[in-house]
Ligand binder design. Sequence first.
Ligand code: PMP
Length: 279
Amino acid sequence: MPDIACVNGRFGPVAEAVVSIEDRGFQFGDGVYEVIRTYRGKPFAIDEHFSRFERSAQALQLSLGHTKDQWMSWVREGLRLSRFPETKIYLQVTRGQAPRDHPFPASLAPTTVLTFRELHSLDSTIRQAGVQAITLDDIRWGRCDIKSVNLLANILARQRAKEAGAFEAILVRDGLVTEGSVSNVMVVRNGVIETAPEGHRILSGVTRALVLELARKEGLPVVETYVSRKDLSTASEVFLTGTTVEVLPVVHIDGHAIGAGVPGPLSRLLFRRWEALIA
Ligand code: PMP
């Protein structure tokens, strides 16, 4: 089955899908997106993702162009056509097509794109071993809560991580850990789970919120506060959360072992609870 795209309501293979070079998504990165995955063929936490899609668009005075019902019916149709065991669904909207000019025309039909690609879950041996991360200065703009298609700083950070043989780049602004290039970051110190608070400096992860809820249900202390880069070295555990990484332990940061250098008990417990949640 080929990867499926839906551009302005028209379905076809991704390889044949096109948008204009005058599209403001191409010219300016003037658009927002969401990534949703399926579990057992069903989109997971789609309402939460769609709410964030709406919030991102609204923050940019951008219209999603269609009702939620219309987007949901495109999602259903894409899944019906693509028929992968598990699917990674992208929703994307840009401000639309217009002659290149920074200010945007008052009325412009947004460009809407969905793609449906096969999702390959992270190898379980990787999760069992834990991953490496590096720290990097967070050079992103001041509205990281908006899931903008403009991902330059994120792609540069992930590339640096890859070149260093690491899985993720943990971003640090003014000495404080914000999040990863593609994930939220949780740190365990003295038995307390600490993670950056919601606000303009992080993307409010759907997985982050669900994992914090699981932790609180478990009676684990959670504090939404910034952890300094320095304090990472005193952490007993660090783990990442995100749609594709789920709950993923980090066992080395900048070459230094976290705790015993193996996944710790809280991340393992929370991943088990996560598995129960998605089942
Ligand atoms: N932060 C960033 C920068 C991300 O790209 C992602 C992945 N979308 C996340 C956090 C995690 O968000 P979610 O749990 O909603 O996938």
